[in-house]
Design a protein around this ligand. Structure first.
Ligand SMILES: C[S@@+](CC[C@H](N)C(=O)[O-])C[C@H]1O[C@@H](n2cnc3c(N)ncnc32)[C@H](O)[C@@H]1O
Length: 291
């Protein structure tokens, strides 16, 4: 969600209501890009599930599961003797996860609409909790991590994937700074709560894990280039997702919006390669254990 232009203090409940509305509205767009998103995040998802030791028989909580790409991979890994509960704030996007699991014949997947900061799951009932590219969107990620901790059995593992520092994720910074400039809005603190890069501040997510009660906290950085046939495919992904850029540019008239997208396209064309387009990204995988 787009934060107040003056960087006013965040009203968490209003913020989450707006996040839900945005993701409900853009659920179809995110789901339509499932193949590209799945390919983009496959190596980092494999690393995340390996760090959390997701294996046969595990009971896994998938927080901010979205359209369920990682949910299905977890269901495959845990097998019929394990299970996955996919949760998300947005009923519309979670419905895609439910449908996909059903179509794939996974009987070990359940879905539950839930705010990750206020999960209604039974205490100490999961072996693993994961959250792929969701936690940074929480207005109070510490609360989300406390909920994951509470849900875990003693010995259970949590692993979260978030974007790392702004300079390692240049497409996000270009999109945001160019959109703000065209909208006549001031630059933003990239680390402001609820933003895409909010947990990329060095050391922050480790500290939040520790404060939530986790032990053996460790973070691994992974490069995750987003490879697409052309820059236009990336812009199509951004336009149809719940990106804050879409909301910022939504306030402009057609001509001004066109000018903004033209400049964004020109800047992002810096990542054209002979094989297509490759947007650099770096992700953090942070793991902790409830002992
Ligand atoms: C970038 S998508 C990631 C979805 C999925 N995990 C994936 O990697 O494909 C972010 C998801 O976080 C969800 N989300 C945002 N804030 C949330 C909150 N407070 N509680 C639960 N889900 C939330 C959104 O509805 C959206 O589905």
């Amino acid at each position: 969600m787009e934060r107040n232009v003056m960087n006013a203090p965040l009203d968490a409940e209003k913020f989450k209501a707006a996040v839900r509305e945005q993701w409900d509205k853009h659920a179809q767009g995110w789901n339509d890009h499932s193949v590209q998103i799945g390919a983009w995040l496959r190596p980092s998802t494999d690393a995340m599930l390996a760090m959390a030791d997701v294996g046969p028989g595990a009971r896994v909580l998938d927080v901010a599961a979205g359209a369920g790409d990682q949910t299905l991979e977890i269901a495959r890994r845990v097998g019929p003797s394990g299970s996955v509960l996919a949760t998300d704030l947005s009923p519309a996007i979670l419905e895609f996860a439910r449908e996909k699991a059903q179509r794939a014949g996974y009987q070990n997947v359940d879905t539950q609409v839930a705010d990750g900061e206020n999960l209604t799951v039974t205490e100490s009932s999961f072996d693993v909790a994961i959250c792929r590219l969701g936690l940074m969107l929480f207005p109070d990620p510490a609360k989300g991590l406390r909920e994951m901790f509470r849900a875990l059995k003693p010995g259970g593992r949590a692993c979260a994937m978030v974007f790392s520092a702004p300079d390692k994720n240049p497409c996000i910074t270009i999109l945001l700074s160019t959109a703000l400039k065209h909208a006549g809005l001031p630059a933003r603190d990239p680390y402001q709560p609820g933003g895409l890069l909010s947990l990329g501040k060095p050391g922050l997510i480790d500290e939040l894990f520790r404060q939530a009660g986790f032990s053996q906290v460790a973070t691994t950085k992974v490069v995750a280039p987003f490879r697409l046939p052309s820059v236009k495919d990336y812009l199509d992904f951004v336009r149809t997702s719940a990106s804050p850029i879409v909301q910022i540019l939504g306030r402009l008239d057609d001509a001004a919006r066109y000018a903004a997208w033209t400049e964004i396209e020109s800047k992002l064309s810096a990542f054209n390669t002979p094989a297509g387009w490759e947007g650099p990204n770096e992700l953090l995988l942070t793991m902790g254990r409830r002992i």
